[in-house]
Design a protein around this ligand. Structure first.
Ligand code: PEP
Length: 254
């Protein structure tokens, strides 16, 4: 049975103290989740050991990182390897967020290496894809996202794909307050599942968790998560406040 996940992406926000309080409040308010429903908290690098310590031994709530480097080790000043993340207690890593693709020029070739590093070090990958507004306006989003998935993930084996979650995040919906309609999300998630089925078979496609991201909040999460191919969300802004984030988690747990 495929997993449902609500993942928090804090981006470059919160001091260590603020992060600690937020995690404490999430733990305190977290609803009971069945084994296939999970929360992931992707805090900034310097928070990770603290977040991991707070979540240690807790069921169905996991620590994630927002990025890792494409090489295993060496003279890459300022970078963090997947092996370092693993040793810090990290379980999930976000790869290919649109902000990293845009501001840090991350190409699909780099993302292949990052994904391989993550999987080789036993991390679960949350692989992001999604189109800019001009592509949506031209109605070519299916081809655009399909290319991101083929170039970023199709080198993986069926076994490796079991450790990948795809997050569909239309760029025009990220941090803009403009959410994709549930029909737009469902259509793209269904397309992604078909793309995976064509390459990896129906079982792999049915097992794959596909998250929606882009201005998801408590008021729209239930409708989005009710779509048959939407298996939860990757949450930016609304993950920085415990009550808002927990409101979205509740939409998954119902
Ligand atoms: C994100 O950046 O992953 C995201 C979904 O952001 P927001 O929820 O703020 O749109």
């Amino acid at each position: 049975m495929r997993k449902k996940i609500v993942a928090a992406n804090w981006k470059m926000n919160l001091t260590l103290e603020e992060g600690k309080t937020l995690v404490d409040n999430i733990i305190a308010g977290q609803p009971a989740l069945s084994a296939t429903k999970k929360i992931v908290i992707a805090s900034p690098y310097v928070h990770l050991t603290q977040t991991a310590a707070q979540l240690n031994g807790k069921d169905n709530i996991h620590v994630g990182a927002q990025n890792c480097y494409s090489e295993a080790s060496g003279a890459y000043t300022g970078e963090i390897s997947a092996g370092m993340l693993k040793s810090a207690g990290v379980e999930y890593v976000i790869i290919g967020h649109s902000e990293r693709r845009e501001y840090f020029n991350e190409t699909n070739t780099m993302l292949v290496k990052k994904t391989d590093q993550a999987l080789n070090n036993g991390l679960e990958v949350i692989f992001c894809c999604g189109e800019p507004l001009a592509i949506r306006d031209a109605d070519t989003q299916n081809t655009y996202v399909e290319k991101q998935i083929k170039e970023g993930l199709f080198h993986l084996s069926n076994e490796q794909l079991k450790h990948v979650v795809i997050a569909y995040e239309p760029i025009w919906a990220i941090g803009t307050g403009r959410t994709a309609s549930s029909q737009q999300a469902q259509d793209m998630h269904n397309h992604i599942r078909n793309v995976i089925a064509a390459q990896y078979g129906q079982d792999a496609a049915s097992y794959l968790t596909i998250l929606y991201g882009g201005s998801c909040k408590p008021s729209n999460a239930a409708e989005l998560f009710a779509c048959p191919d939407v298996d939860g969300g990757l949450i930016g802004g609304a993950s920085l406040k415990a009550d808002e984030f927990l409101g979205i988690v509740s939409a998954m747990s119902n």
